[in-house]
Design a protein around this ligand. Structure first.
Ligand code: ADP
Length: 257
């Protein structure tokens, strides 16, 4: 009957809405857990350098016959920890600004080949413990992108720095660029420890550290992704354990319209 039909319709509606509420609740719980984890990780990262600064200062002040040399050593440690704290705060600020869409990028027209050449000049001098190779495909000639070149340099620095950190001394790191009509791809490839398949999907999240070899807070790749996203680009990684990792950044070409 019609009554029966509308009752069924109503039951169906109630069931559907209930499911929606349960789903929404689960999503909120997941977000809340992430937020808690984030705060716990953050507290830990802030605490470590602060503990060292306090400890060093206290010990040095307590000694009655501290010589100048010891004072200097203490100050060196305090300075190093303060520098790492500043870096952490800068990184967090960048991520926080991006989250509320207030990351201000200084966009300018950028010639990809020239930009990369400038960057690699620096890295060839810097990454001495590895064999650093780089190559620019002819397709990149005259390729222009709209980019914040300093922020982009930060992305490259994070990826090359990681490639060095997570691969053995003397191994090769290859950096290359190629372009097509839509955009330009940068590839940073190492022969290091690689990333396990179960971890590979998480490396771009904040505070994720897998091998614990590096001294970083696990924010590097989150920052790299944030900057690349802000350029309308894409970053991803292909990795095989014990064979190495290949990070690819794609950025759109400057549109001529
Ligand atoms: P971290 O400060 O720990 O280097 P990142 O966000 O830069 O933080 O990287 C997150 C994690 O991803 C690292 O702790 C490391 O385990 C893994 N990782 C990043 N780059 C590489 C790489 N080139 N090879 C292997 N593992 C990597």
């Amino acid at each position: 009957s019609q009554g029966e039909q509308s009752r069924r319709q109503l039951e169906f509606e109630v069931e559907k809405r209930t499911r929606e509420i349960i789903d929404a609740n689960q999503r909120l719980t997941a977000i809340d857990n992430k937020r808690r984890q984030f705060l716990a990780d953050l507290s830990h990262e802030l605490r470590t350098p602060l503990t060292i600064i306090r400890g060093e200062a206290q010990v040095t002040l307590r000694q009655s016959d501290t010589d100048l040399q010891t004072y200097r050593q203490t100050l060196d440690t305090v300075l190093a920890q303060a520098v790492s704290l500043s870096r952490l705060v800068d990184d967090l600020l960048l991520l926080a600004r991006a989250e509320i869409s207030q990351l201000v990028l200084d966009f300018e027209q950028c010639n990809v080949a020239q930009w990369l050449e400038g960057q690699m000049e620096h890295w060839l001098r810097f990454a001495r413990d590895h064999r650093l190779h780089w190559a620019v495909d002819p397709s990149v000639e005259n390729c222009l992108i709209r980019a914040d070149s300093q922020r982009l340099a930060q992305v490259l620095a994070i990826l090359i720095d990681n490639a060095c950190k997570y691969s053995p001394t003397g191994s090769s790191i290859h950096v290359s660029a190629s372009a097509n009509d839509n955009g330009v791809s940068f590839i940073i490839k190492d022969e290091g420890e690689g990333i396990a398949p179960s971890d590979v999907g998480h490396v771009f999240e904040r505070f994720v550290r897998i091998s614990r070899k590096g001294e970083g807070a696990g924010l590097g790749l989150a920052i790299a992704k944030t900057i690349v996203d802000a350029h309308g680009g894409d970053i991803h990684v292909d990795s095989l354990q014990r064979e190495g990792s290949t990070f690819t950044i794609w950025l759109p070409r400057e549109s001529l319209t």
